[in-house]
Design a protein around this ligand. Sequence first.
Ligand code: PMP
Length: 456
Amino acid sequence: MTLHPNSIEARDVAYHMHSYTNARAHQETGPLVIDRGEGAYVFDNTGKKYLEAMAGLWSTAVGFSEQRLVDAATAQMQKLPYYHNFASRSHGPAVDLAEKLIQLAPVPMSKVFFTNSGSEANDTVLKLLWYRSNAMGQPQRKKIISRLRGYHGVTIASASMTGLPNNHRSFDLPIANVLHTTCPHHYRDAHEGESEEDFATRLAAELEEMILAEGPDTIMAMIGEPVMGAGGVVVPPATYWDKVQAVLKKYDILLVADEVICGFGRTGKLFGSMTFAMKPDIMVMSKQLTSTYFPLSALMMNERVFEPIADESNKIGVLGHGVTGAAHPVGAAIALENIKIIEERGLVANAAEVGAYMQEQLRTLSDHPLVGEVRGIGLIAAVELVLDKESKTAFEKPGQLGAKTAARLLENGVISRAMLDALAFCPPMIVTRSDIDGMVSTLRRTLDEVAAEVLS
Ligand code: PMP
């Protein structure tokens, strides 16, 4: 492909190194330039319209043109465009947001610590838990358990907790003290004929074996997304979180719920922890917190977590952790307005209702020759593609079929995301049944086009 000299595409290739992109292939293909947004839709720089069926990166609850968030940002910019929270400094939006999050928490929580991205929040989790173990006179208690295919970010600790090969390979990760247990994906990881409950029982037993093998007094916490997102939208099997929590309780191991995707309604309840009756000691939030109109993340911790950390900072003289943009007043003002909109417009109920419809409609594709599994809950789903339903396999190169189908779906006007051979759908929480109808019929047509090419 030749890019027109001085076009935005050519300048992008010349100057812009992209996240999560094959840097060499990008020099050939150039970017897709998105120019503007309207509700659940975005338009590229040729004016072509797309349903943004991924809400950006699982992140835009209120869609791409919410004037109230623009107004909240503008008002805050005019009043106090920046301040920080080091050395006991504070400001209204930070306090209001922290109070609001504690009020919304599904279990009693004590304090909110603000950061700028999900990755930073999860790095902070690991650091604060190390600090806490030292504070409690347990320097040997430094390990955290996460899961294969779990996603927690890309900074050094969070990428280590992420259980995906591309986040480790050639980066010299994971770091020490991070353990990965089995992914709870029934379609891929259950034994032949194993029920969801039996699979959950086996995973809990494997977790317990890992804890015993490592030494229970060396493990601080387990981290998990209520529903795994970037690892392929994995809804845990029935009874999974109950059984896992029973094991953690037995060995006095903390639970960290990474609510970065699930938080603020995605699974049909305000938090994924509510959907699965999880009782986390720490909750990590970002993305739909501000609809990602501004980078902001937060972790909420209970008294058990906070108290020893407070003691240690008193002993040392300061908690030596925090970032310049923490509790940014503009981000906090946007988050407060975003949460207000979610509440006023009943967007969590919409995610439950339209989400159930999306799940039902996507499942009508199960009879398609390319569809191995349709899975999801609320407004998050994946359609896993296979060439052979019996062996559950696609092309020899994993991801090839997913990438091909996602590219064709994009041409047909729907933005999804290929995670290997599974396509993810996670539209803004303002979507309607008619948006879903358009999405599913375009997907069926696309699958037919791809099937005509790849199935002989
Ligand atoms: N946790 C989860 C569950 C996520 O989905 C993500 C982002 N996809 C992160 C953490 C990392 O967030 P960020 O990209 O903002 O660093």
